[in-house]
Ligand binder design. Sequence first.
Ligand code: ADP
Ligand code: MG
Length: 700
Amino acid sequence: MGILYLQSSIEYVKGIGTEKANLLKKHLNIHTCEDLLNYFPFRYVDKSKIYKINQIGTSSAEIQVKGKIISLKETIFNKKNRLTGIFEDSTGRLELIWFNVTNWLIKSIPLHEKVILFGKVNTFNGKFTMAHPEIEKINDARLSPIALEPVYSSSEKIQKRGVNQRFLKKSIKEILFAIEDQMEENLSQDILLNYKLISRKKAYHQIHFPNSYVDLQQAEYRLKFEEMFFFQLGFGLQKIHRQRINLGNPFTNVGHNFNQFYNFHLPFKLTNAQKKVFKEIRKDLSRNIQMNRLLQGDVGSGKTMVALLSMLLAMDNGFQACMIAPTEILAVQHYKSILELVNGMNVSVHLLTGSTSTSERKLIHKELLSGKIHILVGTHALLEEKVQFKNLGLAIIDEQHRFGVEQRSRLWNKNSIPPHILIMTATPIPRTLAMSYYSDLDVSVIDELPSGRKEIKTFHKTDSNRLSVFGFLKNEIKKGRQVYFVYPLIEESETLNYKYLMDGYESIIRDFPMPDYQISIIHGKMKATDKEYEMQRFVNNQTQIMIATTVIEVGVNVPNASVMVIESAERFGLSQLHQLRGRVGRGAAQSYCILMTKSELSNDAQKRIDTMCQTNDGFRISEVDLELRGPGNILGTQQSGTIDFKKTDLIHDKVIVSLSKSCVDNLLQEDPELKLEKNNPIKNFFLKYHRNKVKWSKIS
Ligand code: ADP
Ligand code: MG
C-alpha cells in the first residue's frame, strides 16, 4: 500500500480492495479518500444502554437487547417468504421477523450465540417484535467503546457484498488515521477562537465517531460553519470582483428635478425608514460602481416613492431610468401615479407593455434612443432587445424577488456602462435565504409603515359563516368602504378558474344586488383594456366590490378599499396571502382580511391560516413559509440548486448561516484580497476547492 492522500483513490485504503472500491464508486459515488470522509453518517444511535426484555415499554424507540437467538423458522405468509425467530434474555422473549428472506440472510444469523440486537420494538398481538434487527456478536470486539454509533446510508445490495456498516466504519477510521497530517485547517486561528470552532481534524473525527452529543454538536457546528463560510466567501469575493470591473455611472448631482419634486411635489412627509433607505441608495449611486441593491419593504411601506426619488436623481445626472412591474395592471398603475406626482414638472414618462400599439411602440423606441423619454415604466416587454436607450442609468424592478441573475444581466446590456439596479420586493425573503441566494446583492429594508395606518384585522371563516360575513361587508360598504373578493388561480385549469370565479360572482350578485351595489370583475380571460376599465371603475369608487383572481395580487393601490375576502384561502401560499392582504390597510380606515376556507384543513393549510390571523409581520410570515415549503420552493426550482447545501439546513441552521455571514463580512472588510498571512489557510483552501467561483486573477 502506498502513501494515502486525500485525493487517493479508495482502493488503496487498507481493507477496501478493488471490488469494494468499485461498489463504493458505482453505488455511493465515493471515489477518493476525501469523498469517503465526507460521507457523513445520516444518523446516530445511542448504544450506551442495553435493555432487559422486561423493561421494554410500549414506545417504539430503537433499543439494544443482549441475549441469544434460540430458533429460526421460515414460513410462508400471503404467498411470501418470511423468517421468524425467537430471541431471549434472562427476563423474557422477543419475536424477531424478517421479510425478504434470502439464503444469504439465513446464513448470516448466528444461532445460540451471545449477541446484541439493535432495532425498533413493536407490539404485535400483545407480543414484542423486532423487525430486521442489527445483530452484533458479543465476541466481535466493538471497534471502540462508543456511546453514539454512526449509521451510514447504504443499500442491501451492497451490504451483501461486504459494504456494510462495519466495513464503512472501519475504512473511515483507517483513512482518518492515515491522512491525519493532511487535514489542514482552513480557517484562521482568529476565526476559530472568535467563533469557538473546533479544529477541522477534530471535527472529522467527531462527526464520524462522537463520544457524546456534545462532541457531535461541536463537529456539526464546525463543519456547517465551514460550508457556509466558503459559500459566502465565494459570493463576497465575487462582489468585490464585480465592483472592480463593473463600473457604474456616478450620480453626483442633486439637481433641479429632484429638488423641485422634493420641495413642491412630495405629497407627504417621508417616513424615517424611507429616508434611511434613500440615503443608502444615494450613496451607492454616487460611486462609480454599479449598484445592485435589493429593497425589501412590507406591502404599503412606500417603496414606489423611493423608486421615484432615485429615478429623478438619474435624470438630474443626465440619465434615463426605467421601472419594470410584473403585471400590466401594476405597470399602468405605477405609470399613472408617477405621472400624477410629477405633474407640472418637465419629466417625460412613458408606458410600454404587451398591449402598447405598434405605432406607439415605434415612437417610444425612437424617443428612448433620442433621449426624449426620461422615465419608461413597463412590463417585461421592456427587456426585449429592441428596446434601446440613449443612456439608461437606473433600472428598477418592482415586486419580483425571483428576478434572477440572468434577467438582471439582460438589463446590464442595455448600456455600455451597466445601469444601476434596484430590485424592490414586498415579499420579505427570510434572512437566511437572502444571505445565501442574494449574497451578491446589498440589501436595504424599509421597516416602518407610514404613520396613521391601522393594523389589519384578520379572521378565519368557513362557509357556514357566509351570511354573517356578507352582513359585515354590507355594513362596511354602507360606511363608504370598498371590498375585494379574490378567487384562487389554479394553475392546471384556466376553465376551472373561470368557473370558480363565475360561480362566486353569481352568488355575490344575488346577495349584493344592483342598483344598491356596483360590482367590478377582473379575470385572466379578459382583454387588457377591459381589465383596465374595470380597475378604473373600482379606483374611482364607482363600484364597491371588486371580484378578481390573483391578478390583483401585487401592488394594486386603492386606499379606500378596506376589506379583503380571500375565497378558498387554503389554496393560497403564505406569501400570496400576505400580498393579497396588503391590498387593504392603505388608507386611514380600519381594514379587515377575511380568510374563507372549507371546514376541514390539512395541517399545513391550518398553519398558514393561523399564521395569517396571528401576525402582520411579513418577515415572520416568510420564516413560517420557509419552514413549510423549504428553500427550493420559495426561490423556484431553477435556483434551488445553488442553495443545495450538503451539511447546512437553511431552515434549522439559521444561526450558523448568519454567524458565518458576518464572519465573512468582517474578514473581507479587513482583508479583501486575503493577503494577510494569518488568512493563508483560508486562501489556500479557497483556491483549491472553490477557485472556479471567482475570477481570482482579477482580484488578487
Ligand atoms: P409598496 O411599498 O407596497 O409598493 P406603495 O409605494 O404603493 O407601497 O405605497 C403605499 C401607499 O402609501 C401609497 O398610497 C403611497 O402614496 C403611500 N405612502 C408612501 N409613503 C408615504 C408616506 N411617507 N406617508 C404617507 N403615505 C405614504
Ligand atoms: Mg409596490
